[in-house]
Write a protein that binds this ligand. Structure first.
Ligand code: FEO
Length: 398
């Protein structure tokens, strides 16, 4: 049922405690998620966003207990992706003439997905919708994270409805940012940014600065996933500005896969070498075929340097390493160093191949990598320690 956010805004979304995979199988959601939908009641009543398709009937049933659907004057579709628009077909069957306010690109995405000629009202940045004593101001936010994305701002309540931005996949019944476990919340926030918003960091920075230049007071951010930011909402905006600025912590991450343990032994010896050279740096080591892909990406996001290792197989690299390298390439990380390593028995192409992929992904290669024939002996392990130490020393300086 609905949850009161304040005297004007009621949350009418869905908390999805069961969700463990999002975007098909692409994104792990260890803590579930929520699809946030809001009713804004003034002289006019506005519904902002809906929920994901599997919950469409449940959503409309609950909404009918909250309000006579005929009393919804306007619908706002801030973003067309189906986790927010998925209940529109069910809802629009019952109130087919209700205007849907959205961007010109959202008309394309909504028509493309649902093949319906709904009563679309295209809005642009700066357009306003009077709802009685208050107004909604629309702010286009293309590529945060789809071309169709926009924010809307409710005057008097000083509330920004920010669609996916500032959100996180985090199921909670507590609703507000100040009530939940802060380490869990920020872990999900940074994971969301790292895995979804990294490629659009320049636009994140620009959009936040544009919003700040509007001088609109900000008391609350209602995102489309996770908590409502009511306690110091600027804290997540500040975090986004930090994350958008080629973010890094004092961390080096090692990612590898292994067939007969040679490359694993190399990874562990390299980790020792890093720590031996710099006691302050955080070193994290992941087997790409066993660790969660999105968690690894979050650690890459936090790192100032990464090492990627694979043995050679079929003149190439192991599939789990190839998959994470493809993910890393697409996200377009900036301002990070990298190097490759791997054990081999015969032809030994893996290190060169990984180096090329890291370079394509925008990483600065610090050397040509380290390859060891067969399983590393003591001399090989010593070479790995030296290799790790060298990388740590190079990475001490930006
Ligand atoms: Fe939560 Fe881009 O949808």
């Amino acid at each position: 049922m609905g949850v009161s956010i304040n005297s004007t805004i009621t949350w009418v979304g869905k908390v999805d405690w069961e969700l463990r995979r999002f975007h098909g199988e692409e994104y792990s959601t260890h803590r579930g998620s929520s699809y946030n939908s809001y009713l804004v009641r003034d002289e006019k009543t506005v519904l902002i966003e809906t929920v994901w398709t599997p919950f469409a009937k449940e959503f409309v049933n609950n909404l009918q207990q909250e309000i006579d659907l005929k009393n919804i004057d306007y619908i706002i579709a801030n973003h067309g992706e189906s986790d927010h628009s998925g209940a529109l077909p069910e809802l629009m069957r019952l109130i087919p003439d209700t205007p849907i306010y959205c961007t010109v690109n959202a008309v394309k995405s909504l028509k493309g997905q649902y093949h319906q000629e709904w009563n679309f009202r295209v809005v642009k940045s700066g357009d306003r919708l009077n709802i009685g004593t208050k107004e909604l101001i629309f702010i286009e936010a293309p590529m945060l994270h789809w071309p169709d994305s926009m924010f809307c701002y409710l005057t008097v309540d000083n509330t920004l409805f920010s669609t996916d931005a500032f959100g996180q996949h985090f199921a909670t019944e507590l609703m507000f940012n100040d009530l939940v476990d802060q380490s869990e919340l920020f872990q999900e926030c940074i994971k969301y940014y790292a895995n979804i918003l990294t490629p659009f960091s320049a636009l994140v920075d620009k959009k936040i600065k544009e919003f700040v230049s509007l001088n609109l007071p900000l008391d609350m951010i209602c995102t489309s996933h996770g908590v409502v930011w009511r306690d110091n909402p600027l804290q997540i905006v500040t975090k986004y500005l930090e994350w958008a600025a080629s973010y890094q912590e004092n961390q080096i991450t090692i990612i590898y896969d292994t067939m007969w343990d040679g490359t694993r032994k190399m990874a562990e010896a390299i980790a020792k070498g890093i720590t031996g050279a710099d006691r302050d740096v955080v070193v994290k080591v992941f087997n790409a075929s066993r660790a969660d892909k999105n968690d690894i990406i979050t650690e890459v996001f936090k790192s100032k340097a990464i090492l990627v290792g694979s043995p050679t197989i079929n003149r190439g690299i192991l599939s789990a390493v190839a998959a994470i390298l493809e993910e890393i390439r697409g996200l377009g990380f900036r301002n990070k160093k990298a190097a490759a390593f791997g054990a081999y028995g015969w032809s030994g192409e893996s290190v060169k191949m990984i180096s090329e992929r890291l370079k394509e992904g925008g990483f600065t290669l610090v050397n040509d990598g380290l390859k060891l024939l067969w399983n590393p002996d003591q001399q090989g392990l010593d070479d790995c320690v030296t290799f790790g130490g060298d990388l740590a020393r190079i990475s001490m300086f930006p």
